[in-house]
Design a protein around this ligand. Structure first.
Ligand SMILES: *[C@@H]1O[C@H](CO)[C@@H](O)[C@H](O)[C@H]1NC(C)=O
Ligand SMILES: *[C@@H]1O[C@H](CO)[C@@H](O)[C@H](O)[C@H]1NC(C)=O
Ligand SMILES: *[C@@H]1O[C@H](CO)[C@@H](O)[C@H](O)[C@H]1NC(C)=O
Length: 666
């Protein structure tokens, strides 16, 4: 059926496409080891079907990219805060003219007419549409349809493809190719049974009859009434007390907090209930400003099945900590694609047209059904063009979604990571939740227990392990503790599948330890060697699990920082629950960095941008977390210890110290 539609669009191309490629020595350029989870190989693509081909050209100057980022982000650099414009970034990384010429010449010699090949605005991509038989010929491959097991979506891919030796150095990758988009998943939030049926819901008037069942922790009596039960019920008042965050008062035009959501949608009624109960300073009806990306829509009615709590809690935390400042909601992907494709890419496309695989000339826009492109032909799918550079990114963006690093090939992942680097160069702070299954990914990701290796015992880092984002783990108080006690790493038994719910952390397989983190990680190994077998990952990460090792001793460590992620009280579908997970911790950090940027704006300074180098250089601004661990994959995982650790990172924020630090920088 699909092929008929495509065959109809074919006629125009056939005539120009009969030339035989010039003989060259081909070599395999990309190869995958297996078909991604949840996708099944379908039939061979019809030879006459038109494929929208995109060639990602090798970018220039990437070898210096990290040095440029450090130049504007390291607290000791004279250029701290002197961020780049988007144009500066495009100019530096654009592929060389040699690369463009070499690839164009090869295409012409292969019978692809010059005038059907378009070049994207930023010069990073070549795009053209050709029949499958011809693509198979010039890439020496076979294209198959792949069918998603639940959504039924169809995408085209191949197991491997080859390119002539003389063009390989100019090409990052070809799409469609070996990359099947990764399944994107919310960093899991877990709710227990409705709080009002489970616990006395804190010092509130609603169910005072339960009050006498509870003995407050010793020491709680000295605290104000609204801080006496933070061990069991975390509220905005508790968070402010834990980290000494003052009540917010600034609203300006440049420091909206950006929140990423996909698939899940907030409900205004739930936000209103939260504000009324836990954040009375936020007026009823307060809502984010929607930047809809590729058909993303929000809000929904509280009873909608799209309202599972992730968006509700992100908005609750954001507004309760930064109101009167506003929130920009990036609601990414339509109903069909949300959570089934590598949504970070469509998100990045919308923020920076230079990353887009779409060429804006309409050539690829109307070829339905392939390669997760928009418009989406499925019923209810988004019918517009893929959005490219449509929105200006906010200065701080918090994301509580993630995948496992192993879901995509290293080079694809690194290209995405470079996009985060470019956002850092432009002064944006990108905050990601680390994940919730300790040293594993979520159950079912890569294996039943979310682990790697033949017997599923190798730790599975959750992406983004990219060293250019700030990765946030989670902490908790126990029931008998108060905000004056030290927090522990988040660990909780939340029932089947989440018995070891714990702050995700460990070491990346795809990224080596970055310069800013080297001494912190070296200290960790020197003083607190975890005593677990390890390996050193090679450049393409093909030796993960070698010699019985369970983690990459040379990898980028994560998380960087942490914040409370347990027993948070919030409404979902109009019911008051306890929430758990790093999903809570990331927007706390997003909110804090927003408050700090506001204070800098007041004194005429620019945004802080990429914060990791400053944080690793100033560990005194943290509450060091030294208790708890993150088990998984059949082993004990890592432990929280003095200094940086792969469970809670550097620790939780001491807001006044953090603010003072960033105000002191240029
Ligand atoms: C990944 O990229 C590097 C550098 O461009 C290249 O040398 C390597 O062959 C690529 N790996 C694969 C599996 O394509
Ligand atoms: C929301 O709550 C209502 C009323 O309790 C219930 O009927 C509905 O099924 C709930 N929605 C979801 C998605 O659970
Ligand atoms: C330390 O963490 C353990 C769980 O690993 C917990 O049972 C214990 O209560 C914590 N101790 C303190 C003092 O927080």
């Amino acid at each position: 059926m699909r092929s008929e539609v495509l065959a109809a669009a074919l006629a125009a191309f056939v005539a120009v496409c009969k030339a035989v490629p010039t003989p060259s020595t081909y070599a395999v350029h990309e190869k995958r080891s297996s078909i991604p989870r949840e996708w099944n190989r379908g039939s061979r693509v019809e030879g006459e079907a038109i494929l929208p081909i995109r060639i990602g050209l090798t970018q220039s100057n990437l070898e210096n990219a990290e040095a440029h980022l450090m130049d504007v982000s390291h607290p000791q650099s004279p250029n701290f805060g002197k961020h780049w414009t988007q144009e500066d970034v495009h100019d530096l990384f654009a592929p060389s003219q040699d690369s463009v010429d070499a690839v164009r010449a090869w295409l012409a010699a292969s019978g692809i007419s010059e005038n059907v090949v378009t070049h994207s605005d930023n010069k990073g991509w070549l795009a053209f549409d050709i029949p499958a038989w011809q693509a198979e010929e010039i890439f020496q491959t076979e294209y198959h349809e792949h069918v998603h097991s639940t959504s039924g979506n169809v995408r085209v891919g191949c197991d491997e493809y080859s390119l002539p030796e003389h063009v390989r150095e100019h090409i990052d990758f070809i799409s469609p190719g070996v990359k099947m988009s990764a399944t994107l998943r919310k960093t899991e939030i877990k709710r227990d049974i409705p709080a009002s049926r489970h616990h006395r819901p804190g010092p509130m008037k609603k169910v005072p009859d339960h009050f006498h069942h509870w003995t407050p922790p010793s020491g709680a009596g000295k605290l104000p009434a609204d801080l006496q039960d933070c061990g069991r019920n975390i509220t905005p008042v508790c968070l402010k007390a834990l980290y000494q965050i003052p009540n917010a008062h600034i609203k300006d035009n440049v420091n909206q907090l950006g929140l990423y959501e996909s698939g899940d949608k907030y409900s205004q009624a739930d936000l209103n209930s939260f504000f009324a109960e836990y954040a009375p300073n936020v007026p009823q009806g307060t809502h984010p400003l929607l930047d809809s990306i590729d058909g993303g829509e929000a809000p929904v009615a509280p009873g909608s099945e799209d309202n599972t709590g992730e968006s509700d809690i992100d908005m609750d935390i954001g507004f309760s900590l930064i109101y009167p400042q506003t929130i920009t909601l990036y609601q990414v992907d339509d109903e069909i694609e949300a959570n089934t494709d590598g949504g970070f890419n469509t998100f990045l496309d919308a923020l920076d047209g230079s990353y887009c695989t779409y060429t804006a000339d309409g050539i690829t826009g109307d070829t339905p059904g392939f390669d997760s492109e928009y418009p989406d032909p499925a019923p209810g799918g988004y019918k517009g063009k893929l959005q490219c550079g449509t929105y200006k990114p906010t200065r701080v963006i918090s994301v509580s979604y993630g995948v496992s690093e192993a879901d995509a090939p290293p080079n694809y992942t690194r290209r995405q990571c470079n996009e985060f680097l470019k956002l850092g160069l432009q002064g944006h702070t990108i905050v990601y939740a680390s994940g919730d299954y300790g040293v594993a990914s979520f159950p079912g990701d890569d294996s039943d227990n979310g682990c790697l290796g033949d017997d599923s015992t190798v730790y599975n880092p959750s992406f983004p392990t990219c060293p250019y984002v700030t990765n946030v783990g989670a902490t908790r108080l126990y029931d008998d503790q108060t905000v004056l006690d030290k927090e522990s790493a988040l660990q909780a038994d939340l029932g089947p599948g989440a018995e070891l719910f714990a702050s995700a952390g460990g070491f990346a397989n795809y990224f080596p330890v970055p310069s800013y983190q080297k001494s912190a990680v070296a200290e960790y190994f020197k003083n607190h060697n975890p005593g677990l077998p390890s390996y050193v990952a090679n450049a393409d990460a093909t030796n993960v699990g070698a010699n019985g090792g369970v983690y990459n001793r040379a990898g980028r460590g994560f998380p960087d920082v942490s914040a409370n992620g347990a027993q948070f009280r919030a409404f979902n579908n109009q019911t008051d629950f306890h929430f758990y997970g790093t999903s809570l911790a990331a927007p706390i950090w997003g909110s804090i960095m927003t408050l700090i940027n506001e204070e800098r704006t007041v004194i005429g300074k620019g945004p802080v941008g990429f914060i990791n180098p400053t944080l690793y250089d100033n560990t005194w601004v943290f509450n060091d977390i030294v208790n708890g661990s993150n088990p998984g994959c059949g082993s004990k995982g890592f432990s929280a210890v003095p200094g940086w650790d792969p469970v809670t990172g550097l620790g939780t924020p001491k807001y006044p110290a953090l603010l003072g630090l960033f105000l002191s920088l240029p």
